[in-house]
Design a protein around this ligand. Sequence first.
Ligand SMILES: Cc1cc2nc3c(=O)[nH]c(=O)nc-3n(C[C@H](O)[C@H](O)[C@H](O)COP(=O)(O)OP(=O)(O)OC[C@H]3O[C@@H](n4cnc5c(N)ncnc54)[C@H](O)[C@@H]3O)c2cc1C
Length: 406
Amino acid sequence: MTNKLVICGHGMVAQRLLEQLCAQPSMPYSRVVVLSGEPSPAYNRILLSSMLAGDAGESSLTLQGEDWFQRNGIERRQGDPVVRIDRDAQQVVTASGHSEHYDHLVIATGSRSASLGLPGEDLKGVVGFRDLRDTRTLIDLSQRYRRAVVVGGGFLGLEAAEGLRCRGMAVTVLHRGSHLLNRQLDKVGGNLLKEALIERGLTVRTSTSPMALLGNQQLRAVQLADETLISTDLVVIAAGITPNAEIGREAGLDCDRGILVNNRLQTSDPKIFALGECCQLGRETFGLVEPGYEQAAVLAEVLCQTNTTAQYQPSVIATRLKISGIPIFSSGQTEPDEHTESVVWQDYETNRYCRLMIRDQKLTGAVLFGETSDGPWYHERIRLADDITEYRASLAFGKDYCNAAA
Ligand SMILES: Cc1cc2nc3c(=O)[nH]c(=O)nc-3n(C[C@H](O)[C@H](O)[C@H](O)COP(=O)(O)OP(=O)(O)OC[C@H]3O[C@@H](n4cnc5c(N)ncnc54)[C@H](O)[C@@H]3O)c2cc1C
């Protein structure tokens, strides 16, 4: 009798899970089948920003070549998304009508650009920024049109804006928050970033959001809350993500924003697991690849029963902006509160800025702009909750000074 594992979705986290499964000392499955909604096998989605900016070619996105899948006996079915999970029959059904029985099922369907819920979102010229197809479309449109509006001043929106600017477009960024990257940067850092982007030629409007996208079939303009009209040929929607949880929800799995899992990545059905951006643990959903990779390592041990106590515990994740020439690093807390003290260091000449947040002699957050080489060291202090008393006076000057003072 075959023991079959079916994985629904072949993105970065599903691929990492496959690699972790192959690395386990024993594999309990005689067949592993991956069902992908996209026409190509998993690729490095993170590099789409570099591809849009013209800094990376499509071939550099490849994660594993054809021979890797053959060597490891992994079966793939591409460009045919799963549309239904039949839990009673333990099978999934794809858009083309193909059905696949499973003994264990893993849902790794990621997420999509969140809709703005505005009139005009279905016009030609309104694009998300999520996958290879979106990126090819954006590159194509950048060669045909001159003006673009990006909705969202988070990492994704800014990387899209900078990519389109590099391709010669006049780009306006609309951001609802009072400063850019408001989840990763404090106000000073966000404003330094805004100045740097304006200097490069981007138009940035904060504390504003679109009310409607206007046009007749083809997008022509964006209307703001104060009635301002911005003429444009392209709108990129990059204002958050929505977990692709529908197939789990429709199959009756417990869901909130994402598919609910426990610390062993198990859903409310013991035969079904979920990980990556489609899942939710407690109140937390995930928007970066690192938590997904940590989940993949745990799930491989759970599925192969190589570690009966393996559990996924969310950890502090550091983030970096991938815009060349504007180094930004942030980890942990980004704005001080009534319990934290701040150490702030700024060099107005070189445009470097650093804010470190401390609570009970422990580092709880780091925001770095302009010079970020000590970022990983600060991140490690935050993660390990080290006592910083001995080198607190040198903290703002980085690792070497702190090590000398300790
Ligand atoms: C442009 C861009 C830049 C990014 N930069 C960074 C970065 O710098 N750092 C960082 O940490 N993260 C970054 N991210 C986020 C990162 O890519 C994601 O965290 C990561 O890809 C999540 O992996 P996942 O496998 O959960 O989902 P995904 O990689 O999205 O994969 C999910 C896959 O499942 C498929 N799918 C969906 N529904 C179905 C279905 N019903 N049946 C079959 N298949 C289905 C999807 O088409 C997709 O191929 C970036 C994302 C983008 C778009």
